[in-house]
Design a protein around this ligand. Structure first.
Ligand code: CTP
Length: 400
């Protein structure tokens, strides 16, 4: 998704500039063509040399802007060159300039001299972020189609305050860049409410022992990111145990299949599109012990009870305006059992997932699949990142 793609990074002056080094480094390592503009204030935090070294290109400053370069003006060249422009961190000052259309340095002139999508990643102290003037400028810029938000998260800030204003994590920014390269900034899910389930449920025997599966939830996270970046309002119902950085997504954490069933039934009526990517247990221990069982009391065989099939229940409740997508984790022949699941659970689309292939399925960063819709149309997706798989799936669903 990133190889050879032209990405322009504008760094304005905030402490989060140090995190942008990781973004630039990751992009360059993935084979992207990365150029960086460093404002004077940003240069006080991280030197242009750092960005130049990480990006394998000269990093541009206002000194370059004011220098005759015997060619076309620098801001025009950079503006025409970029496929995606990222401003990270976005300070209150640069935000105000964007809202007002001001152009008093290389960064803001390049904004006006470009037409590509621009990803904005604000970072500032909570009081600054909540000032009516700053909040107003943020609302204002987001009314312009070319600006996309990498919303700030909440957490401990460099000013020793805990609150909103922390720049989106480098991983979130990288995913958003990949999304914008795929969509070219199109928001085809704007106005749609997307409900996604992710992770493997755990069915406990006692507080420490459970029946589970190796699902990492990465496919569900990629789906949530892709839907968010395409303009949807996203709810992620999940049983992911690791840290989850997903600014802008409503997340509901839980453990068991029954808890997931309750949440999915609660959220489903409001959803236009539901994607059931969770690996839900099929059975649970018949008895639950609220205290840890001593080893000597563990049974030799474990009585099991089936758990409800959430997707099949949602399929029965589906209204004409709603679409449901399921996953079929298969080994061996993947199409026939996936088609049976599509029909029996009344789905619109199923993702037939060969989990026995290297680089596909549980825990992997990549995936491969055959997408099948209710009309029988099939599209094979070769191994790719889970984010790309998520976009290819939404493309398939939106094409009908
Ligand atoms: N699913 C569900 N509730 C369950 C089991 C599965 O909602 N209790 C959903 C999964 O999230 C997935 C789809 O049903 O979207 C298919 O899941 P899969 O495990 O492949 O198939 P099963 O229907 O469980 O059938 P089998 O295990 O026999 O292959």
């Amino acid at each position: 998704m990133l190889k050879g793609r032209r990405i322009l990074i504008g760094v304005s002056g905030g402490i989060a500039a140090y995190k942008v080094c990781e973004v630039v480094s990751s992009l360059a390592k993935a084979g992207a063509d990365v150029k960086v503009i460093v404002t004077d204030a940003a240069g006080e935090f991280v030197t242009p040399l750092t960005f130049a070294t990480l990006s394998r290109h000269p990093a541009f400053t206002d000194k370059d802007f004011w220098q005759a370069n015997n060619g076309r003006p620098l801001h025009i060249q950079l503006g025409e060159w970029a496929e995606v422009f990222v401003i990270a961190p976005l300070t209150a000052n640069t935000l105000a300039k964007l809202a007002g259309g001001f152009a008093d340095n290389l960064l803001t002139n390049t904004v006006l001299a470009s037409n590509c999508p621009i990803l904005l990643a604000p970072a500032m102290n909570t009081d600054m972020w909540e000032q009516p003037a700053v909040a107003g400028n943020w609302r204002e810029v987001l009314t312009y189609r070319r600006y996309h938000a990498a919303n700030p998260g909440a957490g401990m800030l460099a000013c020793d305050r805990a609150g909103v204003g922390r720049m989106a994590e480098p991983g979130e920014i990288l995913a958003h860049i990949e999304s914008l390269l795929h969509t070219k900034g199109d928001r085809d899910l704007a106005g749609k409410r997307v409900l996604i389930s992710a992770g493997g449920t755990r069915e406990h025997l006692d507080p420490v022992r459970f029946i589970g599966n190796p699902s990492s939830g990465k496919m569900g996270i990629a789906l949530a990111q892709a839907a968010l970046h395409r303009g949807a309002t996203v709810t992620l119902v999940h049983s992911i145990t690791g840290e989850l950085a997903l600014s802008g997504v409503r997340t509901i954490a839980l453990t068991s299949a029954e808890e997931m069933r309750q949440e999915m039934l609660q959220c489903f009526p409001d959803a236009d599109l539901t994607v059931m990517a969770a690996a839900v247990a099929d059975v649970k221990p018949t008895d639950y012990h609220s205290q840890k069982l001593p080893k000597r009391s563990l049974p030799n065989s474990l009585p099991l009870t089936p758990v409800a099939d959430i997707l099949a229940e949602l399929g029965k409740l589906k209204q004409p305006h709603q679409k449901i997508i399921g996953f079929a984790a298969q080994t061996g022949d993947i199409v026939k059992p996936a088609l049976e699941k599509l029909r029996s659970k009344k789905l619109d689309v199923i993702v037939a997932n060969p989990i026995d292939k290297i680089g596909a399925g549980f825990g992997s960063d990549t995936n491969q699949a055959i997408l099948i819709n209710a009309a029988g149309k099939q599209v094979e997706i070769a191994p790719c990142s889970k984010l790309e798989m998520a976009h290819r799936l939404f493309d398939f669903v939106m094409e009908g």
